[in-house]
Design a protein around this ligand. Structure first.
Ligand code: SAM
Length: 205
């Protein structure tokens, strides 16, 4: 997975490659999909949701530019796989999921794997996590119609927000960097995500 799907396609941050080689992705997918866990595609995780394709996890993580000292917010805990990668690469991860059953499952596996630098919340992550803001990195793992201003406002100076936005069935991944009073937006790649459902996302499933 790391050599063929990530390094060969341009993922070059050694810390990201190392984390993705280390975290056992098969433990984050349902039993009937474990044999497919390292394939080049997203997989169902129940509740109509998915664990993202390994390459997309790597691109999004690399875009955050983590060095190890950061406080990071993840919107869309899902299986907990992306949260584990973030926990490997930063100081503290705050992760929000709107479906309680997914939070329970991810909290269990992440606890069993020994990750202790994570806080979980069940709720609408399109509003961010105001009490813990500002964040050095924010990663949204569901597709939004537009970039929520609430999330931009919870970025620390120099912080990066990585988010897929655009129409419901196909989006563009953006990296937004806060510099002074400005937000600098860069296009990263095309992508397809399940919808961000919430006050500052899509209004229904
Ligand atoms: N990061 C996940 C992983 O590693 O498995 C993949 C997440 S999946 C592509 C997107 C997740 O976002 C789903 O679990 C979905 O329930 C969640 N989601 C959608 N809207 C949300 C919202 N407003 N707040 C929090 N989570 C949300």
């Amino acid at each position: 997975m790391v050599e063929e799907q990530l390094r060969r396609r341009g993922i070059s941050d050694p810390r990201v490659l190392e984390a993705m080689a280390k975290v056992p992705r098969h433990l984050f997918v349902p039993a009937n999909y474990q044999s497919a866990a390292y394939e080049d595609r997203p997989l169902p995780i129940g509740e109509g949701q998915t664990i993202s394709q390994p390459y997309m996890v790597a691109v999004m993580t690399q875009s955050l530019g983590l060095r190890g000292e950061e406080r990071v917010l993840e919107v869309g805990t899902g299986s907990g796989y992306q949260a584990a990668i973030l926990a490997e690469l930063s100081q503290k991860v705050y992760t929000i999921e709107r479906i309680a059953a997914l939070t329970e499952g991810s909290r269990k596996i992440l606890g069993e794997l020994g990750y202790s630098n994570l806080s979980y919340r069940i709720g609408d992550g399109s509003k961010g996590w105001l009490e813990e803001a500002p964040f050095d990195g924010i990663i949204v793992t569901a597709g939004a119609p537009t970039t929520p201003e609430t999330l931009k406002s919870q970025l620390a100076e120099g912080g990066r927000l990585v988010i897929p936005t655009g129409p419901r069935h196909t989006q563009t991944l953006y990296k937004v960097t806060r510099r002074g009073g400005r937000f600098i937006e860069e296009e990263v790649t095309g992508c397809v995500f399940v919808p961000l459902v919430g006050d500052f996302g899509w209004k229904d499933e």
